[in-house]
Design a protein around this ligand. Structure first.
Ligand code: SF4
Length: 286
């Protein structure tokens, strides 16, 4: 097995169960079924809508013209509401054709509702960033800078125990908070926050790698898209740092077991083993 290139998702998997990571790598195992179709649909649709939105407003003068008119009349609560409306209207313009396609596929109503709730949350975050930029700089060109980082794939080399590893990953959404001069990593997770302990390890790594590449501080928000509600969690810098240390310890363990060609012992992981698609194979291996 080759450990020269690992994904941040691999590290999240290893945080849950190191044995799972080593078994899937050693025997090149992949699940032969698709998990949570609705959850995937929500996640993918929201990602695509944000990508379309960012691409669209790069070329959309009317969007910035409308914001500029508001910025000239000063910053106040009324203007804040208008900014939210402009952002939401713009999202809705993009969402409408997507919604028509979803309706034709007879997608369940709660899925459509959850997508729109998520877009509402994203609109609120985007609007706050726009409002804060106007409040600080009174100049539309600073607002345009909010959406300047749209590249979400990354690759970065790190060295652990004399082993060079290429870490790769794909971020959900990357926005520049110009009023604080920091990058905002905005991650979407399907389900409620049951995966939070592992999600923060993944996101702490994203934050570290992005900071290393760009030289700009990062802040982090996670949006959980549950079946009944959407929940937003903002991570403190201390929590990110703590989890970054955990992430490096996990990578060290991955390297140690890989280099010794060993399989970690089986554990009885409550709430994890019973849902693990690898359970039958895992039970047959010492
Ligand atoms: S069954 Fe449990 S111990 Fe085995 S790989 Fe899956 S999560 Fe890990």
């Amino acid at each position: 097995m080759n450990l020269s290139k690992v994904t941040v998702t691999n590290i999240r998997d290893a945080a849950k169960c190191l044995r799972y990571f080593i078994l899937t790598k050693k025997y090149n195992l992949k699940p032969n079924f698709k998990l949570h179709t609705n959850a995937l649909l929500i996640g993918n649709t929201v990602h695509n809508l944000i990508d379309f939105f960012v691409k669209d407003i790069k070329q959309d003068k009317p969007f910035y013209n409308e914001i500029e008119i508001i910025s000239k009349s000063g910053v106040n609560s009324q203007n804040k509401i208008l900014i939210i409306k402009i952002v939401k209207d713009h999202f809705f313009k993009i969402y409408k054709p997507v919604l028509n396609k979803l309706m034709k596929r007879s997608i369940q109503n709660w899925v459509i509702l959850r997508i729109w709730e998520c877009i509402n949350e994203v609109s609120r975050v985007f609007s706050d960033l726009i409002y804060n930029a106007i409040e600080k700089y009174h100049n539309i060109k600073y607002v345009q800078n909010i959406f300047r980082y749209s590249e979400r794939n990354f690759e970065e080399e790190i060295k652990i125990l004399d082993t060079k590893i290429k870490l790769t990953g794909k971020l959900d959404s990357l926005i520049f908070d110009i009023s604080k001069n920091e990058i905002l990593i905005f991650e979407f997770k399907t389900g409620l926050n049951e995966g939070f302990p592992y999600d923060i390890i993944q996101i702490a790594l994203y934050s570290y790698l992005l900071q290393k590449q760009s030289g700009i501080n990062c802040s982090v928000k996670i949006l959980y898209l549950g079946q009944d509600k959407v929940k937003e969690i903002e991570l403190s810098p201390n929590l990110v740092e703590l989890n970054l240390n955990n992430a490096f310890k996990i990578i060290e363990d991955m390297v140690k077991f890989h280099d010794r060609d060993e399989i970690p012992p089986k554990k009885q992981l409550e709430h994890i083993c019973s849902f693990c698609w690898l359970k039958n194979k895992c039970d047959t291996i010492n």
